[in-house]
Design a binder for this molecule. Sequence first.
Ligand SMILES: NC(=O)c1ccc[n+]([C@@H]2O[C@H](COP(=O)([O-])OP(=O)(O)OC[C@H]3O[C@@H](n4cnc5c(N)ncnc54)[C@H](O)[C@@H]3O)[C@@H](O)[C@H]2O)c1
Length: 255
Amino acid sequence: MDQRLAGHSALISGGATGCGGAAARLFAAQGARVTIVDIQEEVGAALATDLRGLGLQASFVKADVSDRAQVEAAVAYANHTFGPPTLLFNHAGTIVVKPFLETTDQDYDYLMDINVRSMFMMTRAVLPGMLAAGGGRIVCTSSISAVAATPMEVLYNLTKGAVHMFARAIAVEFRDRNIRCNAVCPGFIETPHGQREVQALTHYGVDASDAAIRAMQGRMCLPEEVANAALFLLSDEASFVNGTHLFVDNGFTAM
Ligand SMILES: NC(=O)c1ccc[n+]([C@@H]2O[C@H](COP(=O)([O-])OP(=O)(O)OC[C@H]3O[C@@H](n4cnc5c(N)ncnc54)[C@H](O)[C@@H]3O)[C@@H](O)[C@H]2O)c1
């Protein structure tokens, strides 16, 4: 079996379910020592136990990525358990779908905190260890929503635009210190997040039917397809890929 991440300590935020869960399975199978960070304790801990049962190295720590103390505690836990992460998958995120004129300051703070502030805090907490280790690789989950707007998703689009640029800016500031930072930008994915989004859009009369998804991207993306794209960006094969946006959308944004 390939061991494309052998020797690395990897931290995955939002690693309990969806693409993060698929990434936890894939990265551990590829030889990484994986710390799963998520707010969902039961599912995250069960996944880590599952992976250890397969003879892989995985551990879970509960944290809300929008809370500084919890982020710092999670990184300290990863440092202690598997050594300072040299791979970081900033994946945790959520969505608010509602008419723009009904969105509140609380919605704004909530979404910016979970989708953007989290990446700032997590990356800032992990980078010193990466630099001390001689380098590292970061992948941030952006979205087609960073470049293609959807009605009822103004705040979400805004957060993903910020993530898009965050990945670039980190790449530029740190490339001479052997850090690579890229973004994956999925289309609609078959995950709890994707299902909630489709339901909410439908509720507000935005066409997110199977036929509309087929027209935009052929079919729903699978979580494993996003995990595979993140694996490539984190692996040695992507050694000269830095500050890029890898769209995992079957041509959605190419149309
Ligand atoms: N599903 C889609 O259609 C889609 C499309 C493009 C981008 N994305 C991005 O993917 C990510 C969502 O992941 P998914 O689709 O795998 O869905 P998901 O809902 O299965 O996974 C999200 C994970 O993040 C965790 N999480 C949420 N808030 C958290 C918090 N405050 N602290 C810690 N963990 C938290 C959840 O518990 C969950 O395990 C988001 O960044 C989202 O913007 C999703």
